[in-house]
Design a protein around this ligand. Structure first.
Ligand code: AMP
Ligand code: ZN
Length: 461
């Protein structure tokens, strides 16, 4: 059975075939760094990481590219309102550049804590302004743009199949929606370049042939994916919210400039939802990975939870599900740790596992195969060798796990918990005092963005 993936473009499962033999170009829309990533965002990156690992399992050499949106993401999809970076800057009093730096680095901490593989390329929008200007220039030369008093826009009416990915009825949208268009000619038109307000200086602005300003949100992905993967590559991913606007606009731009629909496969992860509804960066219900760590949940237990649901179904997040995931991971780790090395993987189990992941990443069923191996009558060394292979796809880091908690004495654990509480309540001097007390007891405490980590002083990381 060949690797089969669900392609949003064709709304069907398709056998995967690379454009260039043995190689896969994979582009994943990355974070907007005006705030922390929430665990919903992270669910999408876990799905993409597993996809990459499955491609590798199938023998492909994957070139994985992830962008960092550090400019140009407007508050509304209608190209109105402020750039989110500048808004974040007003909220915190820091510069937009400092905010981008801080949240990018926090994002990288989450990335590592979830055992996500490093992409071949991380690309920041602000490092690719020239490429974006060049791309817009090409669109202008091909006749797809118009200029208003506040920016340069893409004219979506020039494409008959605009919005096909989302099965958008652009004509119906134009006729049926009574929304204020401003100077935009059609509801679906979008900004390629926005001008700095007259007389004002923005923190992030650049000169362009059209005037000083900053790029619209969508152009960075068309420009940077073309640079790093070419204008026609294998797989483009993101969360399901990107289908209607962001990815439809990326496709429109690339079609207008390079005559391709950008990627051969379009794959979208469904949302993580809360019992109270949707999790969003702008909404109030915002759970970070660090929030979980501080409640004693291992980031990899969250990864396990993500694996337990198919990426094309929404995942309802709640404490019971999370605790069950943590308990399962814990059991898995402790069992695995007792198995000796030196075995050979069981071919039959490997084949069963591969059949599940090859069918559009059926991770819940792949996890069931993993538990079958754990509970099987196979020799322990065989089970270990097999699980090692499966974990190369699951990414639970079983071989790297060390049982540190068992050796933390109760009084040290108590001090550590007091310190978490002190920090939550912003009682900094008390937190420092507790850090010293922990040090005196022989323990080093480190504050990573995914939580507090305790390590014996004599044991380096
Ligand atoms: P953003 O930083 O808002 O651009 O989002 C980063 C990634 O997270 C994108 O691929 C989004 O589609 C995805 N995303 C946003 N919200 C959720 C959610 N609640 N569940 C899963 N993925 C999400
Ligand atoms: Zn994108």
């Amino acid at each position: 059975m060949p690797l089969t993936l669900y392609d949003t473009w064709s709304r069907a499962l398709r056998a995967f075939k690379p454009i260039r033999a043995n190689h896969v170009g994979l582009y994943c829309c990355g974070p907007t760094v005006y705030d922390h990533a929430h665990i919903g965002n992270l669910r999408t990156y876990v799905f993409e990481d597993v996809l990459r690992r499955v491609l590798t399992l199938n023998g492909y050499i994957v070139r994985h590219v992830v962008n960092i949106t550090d400019v140009g993401h407007l508050v509304s999809d209608a190209d109105e309102g402020e750039d989110k970076m500048e808004k974040g800057s007003r909220r915190t009093g820091e510069s937009a550049w400092a905010i981008a730096e801080r949240y990018t680095s926090a994002f990288m901490d989450d990335w590592r804590a979830l055992n996500l593989l490093e992409p071949a390329v991380w690309c920041r929008a602000t490092d690719h302004i020239a490429e974006q200007i060049d791309f817009i220039d090409g669109l202008e030369r091909n006749g797809y743009t118009y200029t208003t008093t506040d920016g340069v826009y893409f004219d979506t009416s020039r494409q008959d199949d605009y919005g096909y990915l989302a099965r958008l009825d652009a004509a119906g949208l134009h006729a049926g929606k009574r929304i204020a268009l401003g100077e935009k000619r059609h509801a679906t038109d979008f900004a390629l370049w926005k001008f700095s307000p007259p007389g004002a200086t923005r923190q992030m602005e650049w000169d362009s042939p059209w005037g000083r300003g900053f790029p619209g949100w969508h152009i960075e992905c068309s420009a940077m994916s073309a640079k790093y993967l070419g204008p026609w590559f294998d797989i483009h991913c993101g969360g399901e919210d990107h289908i209607a606007v962001h990815h439809s606009n990326e496709i429109a731009q690339t079609q207008a400039r390079h005559r391709t629909r950008l990627a051969n496969f379009w794959m979208h992860g469904h949302f993580l939802t809360l019992d109270t509804g949707k999790m969003s960066k702008s909404g109030g219900d915002f759970v970070r990975l660090r929030t979980l760590s501080e409640r004693g949940i291992d980031p990899l237990a969250y990864r396990y939870l993500c694996l337990s649901a198919h990426y094309r179904s929404s995942l309802r997040f709640n404490d019971a599900a999370l605790n069950a995931a943590q308990a399962a991971l814990e059991r898995l780790r402790r069992t695995y740790a007792q198995w000796p090395e030196g075995g050979t993987p069981d071919a039959n189990c490997m084949a069963r596992f591969k059949a599940e992941v090859d069918l559009d990443l059926n991770l819940p069923r792949a996890l069931a195969v993993l538990w079958d191996v754990v509970r099987s009558e196979l020799p322990a060394a065989t089970r270990r060798a097999t699980v090692d292979r499966l974990d190369a796809v699951l990414g639970l880091g079983l071989a790297d796990w060390r049982d540190d908690t068992a050796t933390i004495p109760a009084e040290v654990a108590l001090l550590a918990q007091e310190r978490v509480k002190a920090r939550e309540a912003r009682r900094w001097s008390e937190a420092d005092r507790l850090r010293d007390a922990l040090r005196a007891a022989g323990w080093h405490v480190e504050d990573s963005l995914s939580g507090q980590v305790l390590r014996p002083l004599d044991k380096p990381r």
